[in-house]
Design a protein around this ligand. Structure first.
Ligand code: FES
Length: 387
């Protein structure tokens, strides 16, 4: 039994209806002694627990949050706890970035017959929260404006980003054309409303294939479409970083990897489309786009604007350690990858280093300041292939 002090803390427990709630019930029926700090919320499945529920609980005054579901492969909705495990593990690593001690959150698996295990889990977790004491709430911290690090200073960590641009797109198109008849669809990128906007392309014939592009504006991760084509033969164009999503989807058995063929070229890095938008401002037309090494000269409404990958690349590209994935099935232009210089393995994006330099309460103030701008459109969540 937990050695609880007299002060009761607020611990929120999200329990799946079929297993963990039954486990808690079994513990109750067996009259197992349990701490009284836990407030249980019954959910249909651990997969129903949106990380936002947990954040909301913390921001509204919970001192700890516990999520419990069926053991892996026992989920009554077959894969709900796999989704939960993935999200909750990420959330656990993410909590300190938000200013919340990760020891305040735990997830576990308890079946309906494991009353004793439930008693142990809840006692141990409650003891842990008592050791940490009360948590600060979001309302208690003040939104504080911080001086963000100078983004231009990132340039010193940048390596050549142009290898993908120099490779012949024609070779890639020929490689796809050769096998086009084998696929129900090949997913790639095409020019969007202008040359600096790229949108997904679903290739069924040679006419579609002619519209394929591969370059520094291909920021979207197309692996997000794979689950929609389960059971079909799909060709997918990927950058090296996108392959990680494919591996994850395969591990979670959300796709059949043998029916997916990955095509790739060495990636030279992609632009942060928000930074590009800021640089271009409001415009009517783009008349030309000229790519040279790590810069792109764009003629916008008759004026030249130079986009520099060293300054406007996505943060992940600046710390990328893999420009070409050897997990791809068809690799085009690989010889260029050997031209790449080695990376600094200790590189930490400046923005992340900045947040990590703050104390936990300061981080919460920082995010309160950032979140004041959020309009809850959900676009960030929809762009993740795992969610
Ligand atoms: Fe229990 Fe899905 S039904 S975790």
């Amino acid at each position: 039994m937990s050695d609880l002090n007299s002060q009761e803390l607020r611990i929120v427990g999200f329990l799946c209806n079929w297993c963990s709630y039954g486990g808690a019930d079994t513990a109750g029926v067996a009259r197992a002694k349990q701490p009284t700090d836990l407030r249980i919320i019954r959910v249909p499945c651990s997969g129903r627990v949106d990380p936002l529920f947990i954040l909301k609980a913390f921001f509204n005054g919970a001192d700890g949050v516990l999520v419990s579901g069926c053991h892996p492969r026992d989920c009554h909705y077959s894969s709900g706890n796999f989704y939960a495990r993935r999200r909750l593990e990420v959330l656990k690593h993410f909590l300190p970035i938000l200013g919340i001690d990760s020891k305040r959150f735990e997830y576990t698996w308890v079946s309906a017959s494991e009353g004793q295990r439930w008693q142990e889990v809840v006692t141990k977790f409650t003891d842990q929260i008592h050791e940490l004491g009360r948590a600060q709430t979001f309302a208690q911290v003040e939104a504080k404006a911080f001086d963000l690090p100078d983004l231009a200073s990132r340039a010193q960590s940048v390596l050549p980003l142009n290898c993908g641009l120099l490779d012949p797109l024609d070779k890639l198109k020929a490689a796809i054309a050769e096998r086009l008849a084998d696929f129900d669809v090949v997913i790639g990128w095409q020019k969007g409303r202008d040359d600096v906007h790229v949108v997904p392309l679903f290739i069924h014939d040679q006419k579609d294939l002619d519209r394929l592009v591969f370059g520094p504006f291909n920021a979207q991760n197309l692996a997000t479409y794979l689950t929609e084509y389960k059971g079909k033969k799909v060709g997918l164009l990927v950058k090296a970083c996108d392959v990680r999503s494919v591996v994850e989807l395969e591990q979670e058995e959300l796709i059949d990897r043998s029916s997916v063929t990955l095509f790739t070229m060495p990636c030279g890095g992609t632009f942060d489309l928000g930074a590009v938008q800021d640089k271009l401002g409001r415009y009517e037309t783009i008349s030309s786009v000229e790519i040279k090494d790590t810069t792109v000269k764009v003629v916008v409404d008759g004026k030249d604007v130079v986009l520099d990958l060293a300054k406007e690349a996505q943060g992940k590209c600046l710390s990328c350690t893999c420009r070409l994935s050897n997990k791809s099935d068809v690799i085009v232009g690989a010889e260029k990858a050997q031209d790449l210089q080695p990376y600094d393995p200790n590189y930490v994006p400046r923005e992340l280093a900045f947040v990590e330099s703050l104390s936990l309460p300061e981080r919460m103030s920082f995010w309160k300041w950032q979140l004041e701008r959020c309009i809850r459109c959900g676009a960030c969540r929809n762009s993740c292939p795992m969610c």
